[in-house]
Write a protein that binds this ligand. Structure first.
Ligand code: SAH
Length: 471
């Protein structure tokens, strides 16, 4: 690192710019964000500088820079390709007197370089490449722009006024974690909901919690269907905070990868028809881990409230007096429909939508088959792979059209995703031929986009090639 990054105080400073072409304008845009007194020298000033002069934000001298102009300047930018010898001489005099010199596009003549800047005033990110790769710096700036929410600046300003009060939180790791939460979801959400006052309110609550006796807590978190990009930001944050992660079989490894490396990972996988953890043992586990003072994330695939036995765990936590929160996730049926590019409701087809399970504790589950057999009825069936023949039988018995489309999507949002396009008449055979073993969602009454719903089945050649592999 040849160059030391520093932030120069521009309050009361004088900055001189020789030239007013595009290079000068680029520097001026940055300089104008500071309180510096700016003087521009150019015999033939450009349009931007003329406009700024008219607006009274800088002083313009319609002549080249000369020696007497540089006294006491904090910095000089030479951005004038045609710089005459007088300007050059002035530059060297200034340099000798301790003024910082920047010659645009000539790093070897510069005392300092101008970084690419992400401005969330008072938070400023400066990116430099020591003159080697300005375009790379520009690209990184764009990436960082995307990373920093607009609230960053205002939050930093409010935090500045609260710093003294945060001394009530023990210094070190605790206080760092406190500020991390404040600048993370807590502060950002508060700012969006009610600006400065809400941020101060959130800070007060956090401070009260932080100074109260420590207890563990549990977050029951939806992990979505598998793709980690489908996680909520809250789920992501909790994964990073958790001491203990208790997770189901269908939670993807990519999601678990986002957790803290030093967290304890406890799989409580329930195999659909194999050995499994008993629900009451899972309840006892999360209660005990929280009571030991841990932040527990109970990670469930999809949404925790959709076929996730959420209530049983919530009741156990409630009974034990353990604080908890529930964080929703994207449920498999919703994610699968998005992959198909389809809406689950549609005007003129279905006004309601059902989520069904293929089986319950008593075996294959019974439903309102008459309603489901009606034309246009639409349902997403969870845990329906083994129940496919049973569902087919019940629906046909209740008068469903055998040509009713059924689309089956397996491993939604994962690399090994597959789909099978069937009708009610051939559902079990089509699923078997496609090798669908689950986890999968069966969409009753929904055909992929290329197949008209409720119409006679087209020949395979008419189907969207994207679906051809399913046959
Ligand atoms: N809480 C989960 C559902 C758990 S029940 C959710 O909201 O998605 C388990 C069933 O969910 C599976 O049998 C299957 O029907 C469905 N499922 C879960 N993840 C899936 C995935 N990635 N692809 C397809 N189906 C999935």
């Amino acid at each position: 690192m040849r160059y030391l990054p520093v932030f120069l105080d521009m309050h009361g400073a004088r900055v001189v710019v020789a030239g007013s072409g595009p290079a000068a304008v680029a520097k001026l845009r940055l300089l104008l964000k500071t309180p510096a007194a700016i003087e521009v020298f150019d015999a033939e000033p450009g349009a931007d500088v003329l406009a700024w002069e008219a607006g009274g934000v800088l002083t313009l001298h319609r002549r080249p820079l000369s020696e007497g102009d540089v006294d006491g300047a904090k910095a000089i930018y030479l951005a004038d390709e045609t710089a005459d010898p007088g300007t050059r001489a002035a530059l060297e005099v200034a340099r000798a007197n301790g003024t910082l010199v920047n010659v645009v596009d000539a790093p070897e003549e510069c005392d300092f370089l101008t970084p690419a800047v992400v401005d969330r005033d008072p938070v400023i990110v400066a990116i430099g490449s020591e003159g080697t790769a300005p375009m790379l710096a520009t690209r990184l700036r764009a990436d960082i722009e995307d990373m920093l929410p607009a609230e960053t600046g205002p939050l930093a300003r409010v935090a500045g006024t609260l710093r003294r009060r945060a001394a009530a939180v023990p210094a070190g790791a605790r206080r760092r974690a406190f500020w991390a939460r404040f600048f993370g979801a807590a502060g950002t959400t508060a700012w969006r909901s009610g600006g400065r006052d809400a941020v101060i309110g959130a800070f007060d609550r956090m401070l009260a919690e932080e100074t109260a006796p420590v207890t563990g807590r549990v977050a029951l978190v939806g992990a979505g269907p598998g793709d980690p990009e489908l996680l909520t930001r809250k789920a992501h944050r909790l994964l990073r905070e958790a001491d203990v992660i208790v997770y189901d079989r269908l939670v993807s490894p990519e999601v678990l990868d986002l957790a803290r490396r030093d967290a304890r990972f406890l799989p409580v996988g329930k195999m659909p028809f194999g050995p499994s953890w008993k629900q009451e043992d899972i309840n006892a586990l999360i209660v005990a881990e929280a009571q030991a003072g841990n932040v527990v994330v109970r990670l469930k695939s999809g949404d925790p409230g959709v076929y996730g036995r959420l209530d049983e765990e919530v009741e156990a936590l409630d009974a034990a007096g353990v604080p908890f929160e529930v964080v929703p996730g994207i449920t498999a049926a919703v994610a699968g429909a998005a992959e198909l590019g389809l809406s689950l409701t549609r005007r003129g087809r279905n006004k309601s939508l059902r989520f069904l399970t293929g089986h319950d504790i008593d075996g294959f589950a019974e439903h309102d088959w008459r309603g489901l057999a009606a034309p246009g009825a639409t349902a997403a069936v969870y845990m329906g792979v083994r129940a496919a023949r049973f569902i087919q039988g019940r629906l046909l018995m209740h008068g469903a059209d055998p040509a009713t489309p059924v689309t089956v999507v397996e491993n939604i949002s994962r690399a090994d995703r597959r789909e099978a396009v069937a009708t009610l008449a051939d559902l079990p055979e089509t699923m078997a031929a496609a090798g669908i073993v689950g986890p999968a969602i069966l969409y009753l009454g929904i055909a992929p986009r290329s197949v008209r719903s409720n119409a006679a089945r087209p020949e395979p050649s008419q189907r969207n090639p994207a679906h051809a592999q399913s046959r």
